[in-house]
Design a protein around this ligand. Structure first.
Ligand SMILES: [Fe+2]
Length: 200
């Protein structure tokens, strides 16, 4: 029986102030993220019940719900880990070198990532594409539309309106500027190292 659970934030709700308000982080984690965890569990239960009953009339919808809610849970987990009160620096070490190799420069990566964040209807992601063995930026609508098969997110930026509207109104660019004030590369660097170890 599937039973996904919402992990606590890796810092206090007010830890990212003034860049992300305590109110937004509370709603975002406790209500929105919790909703995707609940939705994933419910969809898995539907699939399991359908298999037991041999009635698959609701299964295709539930499969779509797994993709939507599961992607929402996975990307929110990464989003919380992509920020910290100690953040705001640029990447260093092997990940920095790979960004420079695959994008030409850190500045080119950041410019492209900001463009992705501006255009997305869901998320801007820095991913490791295991097929091509390279880093890429990906523009995601909702939580899953625009995904590239074989890609593994290592840095995520949530640009759903629930992520910034209360703090910044329609000025998404202001929110993205503030994301870069708290961006934390420790988890992305660790994920990148694991992926290189696995695929290269
Ligand atoms: Fe979100």
């Amino acid at each position: 029986m599937a039973n996904y659970e919402l992990s606590p934030l890796p810092y206090d709700y007010d830890a990212l102030e003034p860049h992300v308000s305590e109110q937004v982080l509370t709603w975002h984690h406790d209500t929105h993220h919790q909703g995707y965890v609940n939705g994933w569990n419910a969809a898995e239960e539907t699939l399991e019940a359908n298999r037991e009953e041999g009635d698959f009339s609701a299964s295709a919808g539930a499969i779509g719900d797994v993709t939507h809610n599961g992607s929402g849970h996975i990307l929110h987990d990464l989003f919380w880990q992509s920020m910290s009160p100690e953040g705001g620096d640029e990447p260093e070490g092997d990940l920095r070198a790979r960004i420079e190799e695959d994008f030409g420069s850190y500045e080119a990566w950041e410019g492209e990532f900001r463009a992705a964040a501006s255009a997305a209807g869901g998320w801007a992601l820095l991913v490791y594409d295991s097929h091509s063995e390279q880093l890429r930026n990906v523009v995601v609508d909702k939580h899953d539309q625009g995904a590239l098969w074989g890609s593994h997110p290592i840095l995520s930026l949530d640009v759903w309106e629930h992520s910034y509207y209360y703090d910044y109104g329609p000025d998404r660019g202001d929110f993205v500027d503030n994301f870069f004030e708290v961006v934390d590369w420790e988890e992305p660097a660790a994920r990148y190292a694991d992926l290189v170890e696995k695929f290269e």
